[in-house]
Design a protein around this ligand. Structure first.
Ligand SMILES: [Zn+2]
Length: 216
């Protein structure tokens, strides 16, 4: 069963943020708040990553799931949303450019967002930052107050960055997106795969930019 990490243990600004660690190729799942929780990325939604048992362990019942945000429409981030929708009725936020891949399956739950949109959560507002490169409609979510960045598959720990060889990937776009992220004040970076970066994430993003520029 996937492991759950209470991120506030090491970082007070991450109070109320929990991480369900993605097993294998599954994305990490982040849970913001509890009574009216926002779930950022949903994992692959298979037998090894069943989502609801972990949410229940966090005392989150179907009526507590208010919003789901999918950083991009790859199946390892998005398919868990359909497990969530089996029991609950959250709105599901997807960037405009990636929404066409899952719009028909999401129906009325879908909320299409774009650069600069704000997604309110129980804890703080999340700003949508459009970061194409890994996919055309990839996005990061930025909590400006506590300086937390949910970086999806755009930036990873240790200066790694997302693959750009997918169907709608582009190294030029990815470099531009990392440039955009490198201008933000970021302490904690919570990415779609890998371990959380809980402080000094700005340096991590700048390193990812420098590394990506070598390919661009
Ligand atoms: Zn991906």
């Amino acid at each position: 069963m996937p492991q759950i990490i209470d991120l506030q243990k090491d970082t007070p600004t991450l109070k109320g943020v929990k991480m369900i660690v993605g097993d294998g190729l599954c994305s990490n799942i982040y849970v913001v708040g509890r009574e009216k929780a926002t779930i950022i990325d949903t994992g692959v939604g298979n037998r090894l990553n069943p989502v609801w048992p972990q949410l229940k362990e966090l005392s989150i019942e179907p009526e507590n799931v208010e919003k789901v945000v999918i950083t991009h429409a790859h199946h390892d981030h998005a398919m868990g949303a359909f497990l969530i929708l089996e029991k609950s009725k959250p709105k599901v936020y997807v960037h405009d450019k990636d929404s066409k891949y899952i719009a028909s399956s999401l129906g009325e739950s879908l909320v299409v967002v774009e650069e600069g949109d704000i997604i309110e959560t129980e804890l703080w507002p999340l700003e949508v930052i459009w970061t194409p490169g890994h996919t055309e409609g990839g996005m990061c979510l930025y909590a400006r107050g506590p300086r937390i960045l949910f970086s999806g598959d755009t930036a990873f720990p240790d200066g790694y960055f997302g693959r750009f060889d997918g169907e709608t990937g582009s190294i030029e776009d990815l470099v531009e997106s990392l440039r955009k992220l490198a201008k933000l004040k970021v302490d904690a970076m919570l990415s779609g795969h890998g371990v959380p970066v809980i402080r000094g994430a700005e340096d991590n993003i700048k390193l990812a930019l420098r590394n990506a520029e070598l390919y661009g």
